[in-house]
Ligand binder design. Structure first.
Ligand code: FAD
Length: 658
């Protein structure tokens, strides 16, 4: 057990400081522990903010590893990917370099809720992330498992880290992003338990013990992953094929970003994506579900080996069978792992049953009668730190200079981790630089919603984002992430000059498309065939394109094409302008609500406020405010149990104390 060095040195002495610092191999402004999706974004955001950064991780080859499903994006998550990108992050850029299949989800429901999702070549994704990191100035990557945090002579403030090998690095701030590795325990059936952070990788034990000793509250969650199979043993001819939907979709707005600097791929003229690959669809039917029902007691999750909670929206197949006993079939997607392997990921079959049972289930499925299982599925239990222990900057309240991001905060998903990583890295750097912290409002982004939910409401099951979590989902969309966050990123100094120029062009194109719609007159002769084709009334006289775009099912792109204008404008700029035109009135309402929330948000609540003395507020609200200590009035309003009346009274109490 590592002693809590935090309290070892009660007196600061010059001699101690000198010998302490001499023990460092190198010193950095920010050290990030862990190079998963949170850690890589935290490191990039801190480095882009001008801090010197070391990213220390268990295995350099595993940087950016997609632990479970090799896919980036999905509902709400796809929007986060684009927000991370607008803030100068790397997730979208790496996905563009590794995507082998793309689908725009929710396409049937109207563009305001469209959700991009890209499947990636797992190996290419890792390599792209590593290359992008190595192309980042101010940032170095180091292999090593961090065993403990080091503290300065006062014992109050984090001042470095030490790895298992005894390498010591100085740090003025540390970002902890150790994912599922904190005392990770993997389960296959009730009989097999293996210590590890992910299959084939060691867990992080000593650091967890030190964090306990420092007084942090630690809890446990679980998650699971399906078996993988050898694609050469699948009867693909018996299965439904699903092709990639769009060959050329770019997650990132910064088209040419990686070419000149990272020398990653020649992407100036060609697509950044590797060749697209298909998926196959099949079904787990009654034969499979009855095997699962028979062996349920042998499942780690149902046989009593794991008590902690798992992600509700990525249920294990055991969960599906128990919760929906009447469902005869469950869909399975066989997804490619990459171009360099025939291995397939069996999406929909996450399980912690014994390996032989997993194989029997697989072989009960159409097309998999002779399948070879390359890896068994497993469940994993890991430490997380309830995020109500953090401030909105993702800084720990208990340990000075320590930030938390990703799965360690009780979230699930690569995108949620990445979004937090950006904010934690940014704030760690800015704290070191003695600059104002950055807190994104709920009205600006899903990242703002995510962090606000975490620090004010906490989690009682692994947290994932949904569009329903945002009160601003009409105006906070995947297509306008750059418009929402680009200027903020630029103001924070996160964008390089070529990116600033690129952003100007991108946003300018949307404005130009809007202005063109206002200028372009559509005559009945030109417009009527289009209008009649979508069941819209013909024109009596010429009308501006902007007016016609407001009609249901009329597309601005089609109008421009018919009028012979706007062909130099990028398609996504025209789609962005069309959305702004079509839903203008709804957007207006929502933006007004956002302005009101922002006004509330600007009322800040000082850390030292004595809520107990504010007797006009309900007792429950006083207790919650004392415990959670929201940074603003808007945040206080998000805490469950705090009523509008409490907020009103809080505002009065604040005025009284001023
Ligand atoms: P991770 O991606 O876990 O990265 C952590 C990094 O920290 C690793 O690089 C590791 O080497 C490093 N590290 C750990 N400890 C130390 C240390 N002491 N010193 C140095 N480096 C350290 N998500 C879903 O949304 N749905 C699912 O169904 C799902 N299933 C999953 C199944 C399994 C088996 C696993 C392992 C994960 C699953 N996930 C799932 C979670 C998903 O992988 C995470 O949400 C995501 O990877 C979190 O990113 P992160 O950056 O927080 O952590």
């Amino acid at each position: 057990t590592v002693p809590p060095t935090h309290h070892l040195h009660s007196a600061t002495s010059a001699a101690f400081e000198a010998s302490f610092e001499a023990s460092f191999e190198a010193s950095f402004d920010v050290v990030v522990i862990g190079a998963g999706h949170a850690g890589t974004e935290a490191a990039v955001a801190a480095a882009r903010s001008g801090a010197s950064v070391a990213l220390i991780t268990g295995a350099l080859e595993q940087i950016g590893q997609l632990s479970c499903n090799p896919a980036i994006g999905g509902i709400a998550k796809g929007t986060v990917v684009r927000e991370v990108d607008a803030l100068g992050g790397i997730m979208a850029r790496a996905t563009d370099l590794a995507s082998v299949q793309f689908r725009m989800l929710n396409r049937g429901k109207g563009p305001a809720v469209w959700a991009p999702r890209a499947q990636c070549d797992r190996g290419l994704y890792r390599r792209a992330v590593r290359q992008l990191l190595e192309a980042q100035p101010n940032l170095v990557t180091i292999q090593g498992m961090v065993a403990r945090l080091l503290f300065d002579g006062t014992g109050e403030r984090v001042s470095g880290v030490e790895t298992l090998e005894g390498r010591r690095f100085g740090a003025r701030a540390v970002v902890l992003t150790t994912g599922t590795f904190g005392r990770g325990k993997m389960h296959i059936g009730t009989g097999t338990q293996i210590s590890g952070g992910r299959a084939g990788e060691a867990s992080s034990v000593l650091l967890g013990e030190q964090l306990d000793a420092l007084g942090l509250t630690t809890e446990r969650f679980k998650t699971g992953t399906p078996p993988r199979i050898d694609g050469r043993s699948v009867r693909t001819r018996d299965l439904e094929l699903q092709h990639s939907e769009i060959e050329q979709f770019d997650y990132s707005w910064s088209h040419f970003w990686s070419t000149p600097r990272a020398n990653v791929v020649d992407c100036a003229r060609r697509t950044r994506h590797p060749a697209q690959m298909p998926c196959w669809l099949t079904m787990l039917d009654e034969a499979g579900t009855s095997i699962i029902a028979t062996h349920l007691a042998e499942s780690a999750m149902y046989g009593g080996a794991i008590a902690s909670r798992g992600p509700r929206y990525c249920p294990s197949v055991e969960d599906k069978v128990v919760k929906f006993p009447d469902k005869a079939q469950h869909q399975l997607f066989l997804e490619p792992e990459g171009h360099d392997t025939s291995e397939l990921y069996v999406n929909g079959l996450s399980t912690s049953l014994p390996a032989p049972v997993q194989l029997t289930i697989l072989r009960s499925v159409r097309g998999l009668e002779d399948v070879r299982m390359t890896r068994a599925g497993y469940a994993i239990e890991y430490d997380y730190y309830p995020p109500t222990q953090l401030s909105s900057t993702l800084a720990s309240r208990a340990v000075y200079g320590l930030y938390f991001a990703g799965q360690v905060n009780g979230t699930t998903g690569y995108e949620e981790a990445a979004g937090q990583g950006v904010i934690a890295g940014l704030n760690a750097a800015r704290w070191v630089q003695e600059r104002e912290p950055v807190i994104l409002g709920r009205e600006t982004s899903y990242i703002g919603v995510l962090i606000d939910d975490l620090v004010t409401r906490g989690v009682d099951e692994p947290y994932r984002l949904f569009t329903s979590r945002s009160e601003f989902r009409l105006t906070v969309r995947q297509d306008n992430a750059l418009a929402r966050l680009g200027e903020i990123a630029d103001g924070l100094g996160l964008l390089a000059p070529d990116e600033q120029a690129q952003m100007g062009l991108r946003l300018g194109a949307v404005r130009e498309a809007y202005a063109l719609a206002e200028r372009t007159s559509m005559t009945p002769a030109v417009a009527d065939p289009l209008l009649l084709a979508v069941g819209s009334a013909p024109l009596q006289h010429a009308v501006r394109a902007i007016e016609l775009t407001r009609r249901q099912d009329v597309s601005l792109q089609t109008l421009f094409a018919a009028a012979g204008v706007g062909d130099a404008l990028p398609v996504d700029a025209v789609v962005g302008a069309e959305l702004e035109i079509k839903y203008e009135r709804y957007f207006e309402k929502e933006r007004n609500r956002a302005i009101r929330l922002k006004a509330q948000g600007s009322v800040s609540l000082h850390e030292t406020l004595n809520y107990e003395a504010m007797t006009t507020i309900s007792i429950e609200a006083r207790q919650k405010l004392t415990r959670i200590r929201p940074a603003t009035l808007a945040q206080a309003g998000q805490i469950p149990g705090i009523s509008p009346a409490d907020l009103q009274n809080l505002l009065m109490e604040l005025r009284r104390t001023l």
